[in-house]
Structures are given as structure tokens and as C-alpha cells.
Ligand binder design. Sequence first.
Ligand code: PXP
Length: 242
Amino acid sequence: MSIKLGVNIDHIATIREARKVREPDPIAAAVIAELAGCHCITAHLRGDRRHIQDRDIRLLRGMITTHLNMRIAPTPEMVQFAIDVQPDMVTLVPENNAEVTTEGGLNVAAKLDELARIVATLKNNDVKVCVFVDAETDQIKAAKKCGADFVELNTFNFASAYDMGNSNEVEKELSALKDMTLLANKYGIRVNAGHGLNYRNVEEIASIPNIEELHIGHSIIARAALVGLDRAVKEMLEAIKL
Ligand code: PXP
């Protein structure tokens, strides 16, 4: 089974929101990314609506033909919105309005009861649930306890170490990601990964057995600004092909 690519289109909306106008439209971007061969579209509806808007999620639900991964913070407002819109999957992430991007995995272990209730609510409404976690044993165990279908392993520390040329840290992070993939699978949890991945560092992660899908945003959209989205997505698909 070869690894799949989920394209996160938030930063198309970031450009649009810089001017509060209608273009570029993330819906058009999602269609182009799908035509280029990606396997999933991810969009993060943040509480502060800094990029993706409610309308985007609703239109994406109607338009895309692969699958829609809606990323949200585990708040009652967002859970209700997801239930209304019915994405194929929700990925739960921590969120604070001061952050530039997601700053780390969700501390599932620390909020187990609350998250277990949210996961059950979403699953009872036919939405698969993924939790974005750091590659730590306690978090994988907690993901199992709270009933998540998937974990998305946070690759940010790996990506930073790789880009700084810190090979000791790279090895440490890779081995944690491999071990936690195995542990999650042992518990019957499927594994995705993402955050900070780019054309240079992605191969190491793409070659970890049993990671099903990589979720990549910034590097693809940044490249798309220069070479076009079709080419940027195809080049990433090429980069993750084993
Ligand atoms: N996965 C999660 C949970 C994220 O919060 C982000 C950041 O938007 C990504 C993946 C994608 O990260 P990047 O934009 O660095 O590719």
C-alpha cells in the first residue's frame, strides 16, 4: 500500500483573507489539488476564522470527490458544525489564537474524559475521528482509551531537526514516530502524520511502514505560489512515492 497525500488548503484562504475579497478561492484550489492526484483535502476551521470560513467547509463538502478531513479544536461550536457538515473525518487539534500555526499535539492524556465524550459524539454521528498527538506512549494509549479511529502523529520536531541538519535529533524523532506507529497499530488505531513536512524532508516520513496519509499544507501552497498548484501537488506526490 503506498502512502497517500492530504493537501491542506488553509493558506489559499490566508491569501484571500489578507484582502477580505473572493479570491483566491480554496474551493478552486481543492479541485485543482484533487485533479493533480491528491487523496484528501484538509481544511482547518479555526475559532478566529483567520483563513477558512464556514462557507468554505460547506462548499468543500459538496465539491470534493476524495475525502474531506476537517481540522477543528475540540469545542462544542466546532463539534456541532462538523456534525452538521459531515466531513469524512475530523482531526482534533489544540488551538490558541496567539499561535502562528498549531504548536504541538493535543494532550489527550490530560483531557481523556472530555475527549472521549467528543469522540463518541462525532462517531455516533458517522464522522470518523483522528487526534493530532505528539509521538509519545501516553498519548497513543490515551488515543486508544478515548476511542479515536486515527492518530495524526506530529512531525514538527522531526521536520525542524531535519531542516537544521541535526542528525541526532532526526534519528531520535524518527525512531519515536516509528515506535508510536507500531504501538497505535497494535491498539487497532490507524496512523496519519504531518506538520512541517516539505519537499526535502518528506521522504524519511513517507518511508515509515503503516503511516497511511501525510497531511501537508504550507510547503505545497508556498511552492504553488511560484510554480502553480497542479505542479506543486504532483511534485509532492512524486516525493512521497516509495
Ligand atoms: N497537521 C496538523 C494537525 C496541523 O495543524 C498542520 C498545520 O496546519 C498540518 C498538519 C500541516 O502543517 P504544514 O502546514 O506545516 O504542512
